[in-house]
Structure formats: structure tokens, C-alpha cells
Design a protein around this ligand. Structure first.
Ligand SMILES: [Zn+2]
Length: 419
């Protein structure tokens, strides 16, 4: 993914890609097998030869003969269109033509690419005589036939050869053609979307080294990242509901993932992903979104300061509630710069799912472990991986979460905080 200019809405580009395998059948399978020998085959159907060969005649629906006929190698461009800006999925990485090419001896045309050489589009015309170029190292795929070039053109591409050169490799005589049975394809879909206003605020915040959440004024649930709506109450939220979140919390759940091999998998060793319940936000860290519009934690008469912490007295949040101290650990903004992990009545902590950990082995990770975010240096942060969906990915800004070394919090407290 990549991000667009900072002025307008940030545009993110997503690519969904997956492989699939298809069987080729006896006709296309034989056609593909011949390509590896630098030969293009058609199939006879009545009076004419079809190339590309088909199992059924497209005009009559009758089965074709199964009699293969070598066609070309020279062919004639019957129609063409110019591609001036090829994308990653095109057969050539330079401007080229898609063309319908009728190979000598064939009655139908093959759709393929033409590398027109230095002259580019100016060299293309209907009636142009072209010859094929094959992959020097064929793989048993349709694209072993790489592209066509104008007849007589020099080829400087080291990865391709003409048919005669490929046919000579391995010498004669050659084994009978065995049809290629299956072929791997890549399916790829690229789409762009504008980051929502909430996602944009989250991206800006991450780049500045801060976690941003959003608190529903009705149910007090804190979402990270902000979404500009509460899914529980079905109400819109806005920037005024944003709040800065502490980058410390507690592991409430974890999964050790043993990588299985699949396309795109980069991990080779078991790795852990954790859910982090961020510390309470009643004492905002770093940045405040607007003025403090959060409800004060519940305080009880007579409890003023009883177990409160003051900045400087204690650098750690107080993780343990003492019997009889119910509600006496309340903190007021300004009294203490650190968030308290003690849940306040009516307040829901913000959860970040599927987070990586650093500086800790898989075996050491446990529920109740206190962790803090490890931020990338500001110059190395990016928001390229952010989209409008997800559980609060901070990749590109946070490398992972490391143990703070503080005492664990009681596991029992997180039994119902799986995710
Ligand atoms: Zn709500």
C-alpha cells in the first residue's frame, strides 16, 4: 500500500492477490507443452486450423479433431491496441501492444503481446508481420510464449529466445509431447480508497507517536482506532470524542502462531500475537483531544486522596485493589500523569488486537503481563499499512509491545476480556 499527498484525503492502495491452480485439458495442455519446444500448435477443425487450439469449434460447437498442426512461426497482426503504461500484471514492463495475431497456417487469431521495439507505437500497424519470442527457460505455462516482435527485429531481452533456438536445446530426437496437466495462476485485484476522516486522524496521531482512540459518550466504550460511530449504540461519533490513549497496557489474551507455508507468508518461526488492554485514559498521556471532556472517575466522600497517587510519588500505576479501598484510588487529571489500570465505573478500556511483541520469548508471554509500545523513530514511521478496517493496527509506527517489568496483574480480572 502507499499513501497519497498529505493535503487531500489520504489515498491507500490495496492489493488482494491469491493463486489458484487449473487443469488445462488435453488440447491446451498439448499447446502449452509445445511452447516449451519453441513451437506453436493449432488444432484442425474441419477445413481450418484453430490457433489457439480449442476442444470445441466456436462456430459449430463440434469437437475438434485432436489433430495438432504446427503453425507460424511468422504471423500477421490483424488488430491491435497500444498499452503505454503497463501495470505489474501485464506481460511486459515496457510499453507494448496487445494484438490479434493470425499465425501462418491458422484460420483464427491468437491474442498476444507485441514488443514493437524502439519505434514503439509507431512500428505497429495492421498487417505487420511478427515472430514469437519464447522464455529461454520454459516453465510449462502459457506465458512460455513471451511475446511477439516485428519480423527481423533484434531482441536484446536476455530472458527470451526465438523458436529455433529453443527447439535446438536438448537436441533431437525428443520425447513425445506429454500435455501439461495443471497450471498455477495468480489472481490479483488492486483497488484504492480514501481514508475516512477518523482513520486519517489515527494515521496522523501514529506518525506523531501517539495512540488515538474514541470514546462513546453513551456507553463509555473506547474504540481504537476511532471509527466515528459506536457499533453498540448505533450512533455517530466525531472528532470531539477522540482521546489520546496511553501506550501502556496489559496482555489479556495471546496466540502463538505456527506458520504454515502459503503464498506471501514471510514468517518461518512460531510467533505470538497479543491483545493489549490499554491503561485507563482518565489521565491523558501526551496529547489531549480538545479539553478533557471525560467524566471524572467516581469518587466517594471521604476518600479524597486516601490512596491517590501524586506525580513523583510513584511512577507506576497501581495494579492491585485493596479490600475496602473500593473507589478510593480515583485520580483526577493533573493529580497524576500516569493512567491507572484500575477500571473505573462506567469506563471501558481500549483493546488493541493482534499485536506483535518484542524483547520477550513466546514462552514468557502471559495474560496479565504489563507491556508498553515500542515506537519506531519518528523519521521511520509510516501509515502505509493503514486502511479503514482492522483491529487497530499500528504497524509502521509501533514495532511491538515489550514487558515493562512491572508486576503482573491478576489473571482473573481479564477472564471476560478476550478481545
Ligand atoms: Zn456506545
Amino acid at each position: 500500500m502507499s499513501s497519497g499527498a498529505r493535503s487531500g484525503p489520504r489515498i491507500v492502495t490495496n492489493t488482494v492477490e491469491f493463486p489458484y491452480r487449473r487443469s488445462l485439458g488435453p488440447v491446451i495442455g498439448t499447446f502449452v507443452a509445445a511452447l516449451a519446444r519453441g513451437q506453436i500448435l493449432g488444432v484442425r477443425s474441419g477445413e481450418r486450423v484453430l490457433c489457439p487450439p480449442l476442444e470445441y469449434d466456436p462456430d459449430t460447437g463440434a469437437a475438434t479433431s485432436g489433430e495438432f498442426v504446427a503453425v507460424g512461426p511468422v504471423g500477421t497482426v490483424r488488430s491491435w491496441t497500444w498499452v503505454s503504461e503497463p501495470n505489474a500484471r501485464h506481460p511486459l514492463d515496457r510499453p507494448f501492444a496487445f494484438a490479434l495475431i493470425q499465425l501462418d497456417g491458422a484460420g483464427t487469431s491468437l491474442l498476444h503481446a507485441v514488443d514493437a521495439g524502439g519505434e514503439g507505437e509507431g512500428a505497429m500497424r495492421t498487417g505487420l508481420r511478427v515472430v514469437p519470442r519464447f522464455r529461454a527457460e520454459p516453465k510449462g505455462r502459457t506465458d512460455d510464449l513471451a511475446y511477439f516482435v516485428p519480423e527481423g527485429a533484434e531482441t536484446t531481452d536476455p530472458g527470451v529466445v526465438d523458436g529455433a533456438t529453443l527447439a535446438a536445446v536438448g537436441g533431437e530426437p525428443r520425447a513425445p509431447l506429454e500435455p501439461v496437466e495443471t497450471m498455477e495462476f495468480w489472481s490479483s485485484l488492486t483497488y484504492k480508497e480514501a481514508l475516512s476522516a477518523a482513520s486519517e486522524r489515527y494515521a496522523r496521531s501514529l506518525l506523531a507517536g501517539r495512540l488515538l482512540g474514541q470514546r462513546c459518550p453513551t456507553c463509555a466504550k473506547v474504540y481504537v482506532p476511532p471509527r466515528d460511530f459506536c457499533a453498540i449504540d448505533g450512533i455517530p461519533l466525531n472528532e470531539g470524542d477522540d482521546l489520546a490513549l496511553p501506550d501502556r497496557g496489559v496482555i489479556t489474551n495471546f496466540t502463538i502462531v505456527t506458520p504454515v507455508k502459503y503464498p506471501g507468508q514471510k514468517e518461518t518461526e512460531p510467533f505470538v500475537r497479543v491483545s493489549v488492554l490499554l491503561d485507563e485514559v482518565d489521565a491523558p498521556v501526551g496529547q489531549r483531544a480538545g479539553e478533557n471532556d471525560l467524566p471524572s472517575p467516581a469518587r466517594r466522600p471521604g476518600s479524597e486522596g486516601a490512596e491517590g497517587q501524586r506525580t513523583g510519588e510513584n511512577d507506576l500505576p497501581s495494579p492491585v485493589r485493596q479490600p475496602g479501598s473500593e473507589g478510593t484510588e480515583g485520580q483526577r487529571t493533573g493529580e497524576n500523569d500516569l493512567p491507572s489500570p484500575v477500571r473505573q465505573p462506567g469506563s471501558e478500556g481500549a483493546m488493541m488486537g493482534l499485536q506483535p511483541v518484542v524483547d520477550v520469548s513466546n514462552e514468557e508471554v502471559r495474560v496479565g503481563m504489563r507491556v508498553e509500545a515500542v515506537w519506531l523513530p519518528e523519521a521511520e514511521r509510516n501509515a502505509d499499512e493503514l486502511g479503514n478496517r482492522g483491529w487497530g493496527s499500528a504497524s509502521g509506527a509501533i514495532t511491538g509491545w515489550r514487558p515493562t517489568g512491572e508486576p503482573d496483574l491478576p489473571v482473573e480480572r481479564y477472564i471476560d476480556r478476550v478481545f
